[in-house]
Design a protein around this ligand. Structure first.
Ligand code: PDD
Length: 291
C-alpha cells in the first residue's frame, strides 16, 4: 500500500514527499521530533507529547506557525489517509527550523518544516517481554548537568545511534548512557527504571535526560496503585544489584531487562513489580482516549 507523508499541510505519496536540500534539519540537525503510538486509532497521551514538543520548540526559539489543535487534526488526517484510523499505529512528527538563509543562529526567522509519518506498528519480539531484554552500558559518557540538550527530543541522534550500534554489536537490545562517574541516565531510545527493596527508582529529570511520556505514565500508575516510586539518581553498581530493571518508551511500553552487560538481573524475569506494571500499563492504554 502506498504510504502518505504529511508535509506542511499536505499529504504526499512517499515517493513524491520531498523537502529542500537547504533545510536546517538536514544541514545542522536543527529540529525536534516526537514518536507516538495509537491504540485502535486513539493516540496515547497525545496532549503530553504535544506539550513536550511545544515546550522544546519554544525553548529552542522556533517560529511556531501552528498550534496543538492543528497538529492533532493533522495526525488524525494522516492516520485516516494511510488506513490507520482505527488500528494501532506508529506516529512520528518532525519539526525542523526550515530553510537555511544565513547565520548560524536559532532565531533565523525561517518558517519551520513540519512532517508527520504514520505507519503500521512494528512490534518488538514477544519473547523480549516474556524473557527480558539484554542491555549494555554505552562507551559514550554524558554530562548530567551544565547543559540541557538531552531534555529535548532532538533530531541530532548520532550519539543515540552509536549507543544502539554498540548494543547491536554485542547482541543486546539497548545501550544506555551514564556520566563519567557512572551515574545511570537513560537508554539510547528509552528511560530506565530499577526496583530495589520493593521501590521503583528512575533517574530524575534534573539529570539532563528526556522527560519520557511513558516514564511519566509509569510514575503515575505507581502512585495511583500504591507502588512506591522515587525519582532519584543512582549508579551503575546500584543498577547491577537491582532485583528488577525495565525500560520504557512509547513503542515498547514497558520492557523487562534480564541482563546488564555481563550481570544477570533478578530471580525471575519479568519480576513481580515489573509484571504488575506491565499489566496496569495495558489497562491504562486501553482507557486513555485522546480524540
Ligand atoms: N524514543 N529517552 C530517549 C533518548 C528516547 O529517544 C526516548 C524515546 C525515550 C522515551 O520517551 P517516550 O516514553 O516519550 O517515548 C527516552 C522514541 C521512541 C524514538 O526515538 O522514536
Amino acid at each position: 500500500m502506498v504510504e502518505y507523508i504529511f508535509i506542511d499541510g499536505k499529504l504526499y505519496q512517499e515517493n513524491r514527499a520531498k523537502i529542500s536540500v537547504n533545510d536546517r534539519g538536514l544541514l545542522f540537525g536543527d529540529g525536534v521530533y516526537e514518536t507516538m503510538r495509537s491504540y485502535g486509532g486513539r493516540v496515547f497521551m497525545l496532549e503530553a507529547h504535544l506539550k513536550r514538543l511545544f515546550d522544546s520548540l519554544k525553548a529552542l526559539k522556533f517560529n511556531i506557525p501552528f498550534d496543538k489543535k492543528y497538529l492533532g487534526e493533522s495526525i488524525k488526517e494522516s492516520l485516516n489517509k494511510n488506513g490507520l484510523g482505527s488500528t494501532d499505529a506508529y506516529i512520528k512528527i518532525v519539526v525542523t527550523r526550515g530553510i537555511h538563509k544565513s547565520g548560524l543562529y536559532l532565531d533565523c526567522g525561517s518558517r519551520p518544516t513540519m512532517l508527520i509519518f504514520t505507519r503500521k506498528l512494528q512490534l518488538y519480539r514477544p519473547e523480549l517481554y516474556s524473557e527480558g531484554a539484554e542491555i549494555i552500558s554505552s562507551s559514550i559518557r554524558r554530562l548530567s548537568r551544565g547543559n540541557s540538550i538531552y531534555i529535548h527530543k532532538s533530531i541530532c541522534f548520532l550519539e543515540n545511534l552509536i549507543a544502539k550500534d554498540e548494543a547491536k554489536m554485542s547482541g543486546a537490545l539497548e545501550g544506555f548512557f551514564m556520566t563519567r562517574e557512572r551515574q545511570v541516565l537513560e537508554g539510547a531510545s528509552s528511560n530506565i527504571f530499577m526496583v530495589r527493596d520493593g521501590t521503583v527508582y528512575t533517574p530524575p529529570l534534573t539529570q539532563n535526560i528526556l522527560p519520557g511520556i511513558t516514564r511519566q505514565a509509569v510514575l503515575g500508575i505507581c502512585s495511583r496503585n500504591g507502588i512506591r516510586s522515587r525519582e532519584k539518581s543512582f549508579y551503575y553498581g546500584d543498577l547491577t544489584g537491582a532485583s528488577e530493571i525495565f525500560l520504557t518508551n512509547s513503542i515498547m511500553e514497558i520492557m523487562p531487562v534480564r541482563k546488564v552487560d555481563n550481570t544477570w538481573i533478578g530471580q525471575t524475569v519479568p519480576g513481580i513489580i515489573t509484571r504488575k506494571l506491565m499489566g496496569l500499563f495495558k489497562d491504562y492504554t486501553g482507557e486513555n482516549s485522546s480524540f
